[in-house]
Design a protein around this ligand. Sequence first.
Ligand code: NOJ
Length: 554
Amino acid sequence: MKTRWYKDAVVYQIYPRSFCDGNGDGIGDIRGIISKLDYIKSLGVDAVWLSPVYKSPNDDNGYDISDYRDIMDEFGALDDWKEMIEGMHSRGIRLIMDLVVNHTSDEHAWFVESRKKDSNYRDYYIWRKGRGKNGKKPPNNWTSNFVGPAWEYDEQSGEWYLHLFSKKQPDLNWENPKVRQEVADICNYWFDLGVDGFRCDVITYISKRDGLPNGKLKFPLIGNENYIVGPNYHKYIRELNERSFSRYDSMTVGESIGITPDNAFEAIDESVGELDTVFSFDHMGVDFKMNVIPAKFNLAKYKKILDKWQQLPKTCQPTIFLENHDQPRCLPRFSGDYGDKRELAGMALAASMLFMRATPYIYQGQEIGMTNCDFRQEDYQDIMSVNALKMIKRVCPILLPYARKVLLKRARDHARTPMQWTAGENAGFSTVKPWMKLNPNYKEINVEDSESREDSLLNFYRKALAYRKGKDVIICGDFKLVYPKSKDIFAYVREYHGKRLFVIVNFKNKKVDFKLPKDLTFNNCSLALNNYADASKTLKDMKLREYEALVYEL
Ligand code: NOJ
């Protein structure tokens, strides 16, 4: 029976490689996570989304899986994982695993077999003959999300295979019913071990258009109109839901580029039996043109995008996030130049998201206000950054300084610097030098310091999470933006059966006038949450201070 527990849940995302190293090899692991379960519990979150921990050669840090039923050596063993999930469940925390099934690793046994032309596994992947004389040109013009063509030539069979990500991540052929059954079996294997749900990686890419036609340039990719929410997407997800998700009290969240508020009903409405929720990325694009070129953040545009999701029928549950392992840190991305007000800015961002009608996701480190890192070129580790730099060096070296500037704003590496636990050696992340550059600001920004101050960002998250728990007005109340066009203030009213919540957030590092909306009437009002100790107890016309955040009950 589906209880839809996720409607009143807050999820904490762990990127295991960078969370906590339990065995002193410089790489985060499962024993490290186990050692931090009390910390995670103390935040007041209800579930953890764990980025992939399966066996993997790590071309894309675990998003290239070579065995879906076992744990990566660097992270520990299945017994450690069992101890971890038990530790979570005994603390009332659910576990959402990452389901990466658009592609596998090229080291997965299926692909190793599939390379043989006459193997039963040949059709598990997407193999095609090349174009041109001798077939030495790729079958079509699609490009990979990680730069370069989306096809790799295989000498052994004289054919090409499709990889929408790195060439070590061959795409599975979902047209093959055996592949679809394998995926359902994998999900059920983990459900039977106790997991509570899945975050489904690039799930909207699984169905490719018939004939794999040439694509148009949609900067920075060619051809993605031929595989985003492709012709059989809904059919395949419904089938998977029927064979797996619906049999457990589970929750699913799809990484779902291409699902928009206009077509979300078909994908996540409770009546359709597909996924429960999706991540949409439109609000993450507000400070980038074409998803790559840095642009000025526009709050009005940002609110308009989020508002469209809020207005979906109550049978469609939105999600909200400001960070994940593929995004730069939200400070100063959405807060501008915060100067000495980093934590106030972090609280403003937290307050803006946590009271929407949505399942909120908090990414490790966001709760202490971790920031982007001042990387040098040689510090980048992520395959996407490394490939982009290589390509620019080869094709247009004159653009290198610009590319470096873009990476300083955009690179996925920013979210992957080790978690900052203490001001001590290696930020308390590990006893040895971590696998990836530590942000040198760990001396000031770390959990230990945040714990020691009542008014820290970390404690603000705790208060906010404790406050929102179980409140109908937050779980399912109507959402109405106040001053939608304001470029400084993010304010909204939530309403449910006569109960109202008024959230006001100054997004800027300057004082801003706030006038009570003319049509707002109320008799009683009480201040529920604030980030300045001497905040106004009543809702009235006021001058909001820098990054001031206020939540009133009316
Ligand atoms: C989306 C994941 O979030 C990202 O980290 C990964 O590189 C790609 N999918 C490919 O699996």
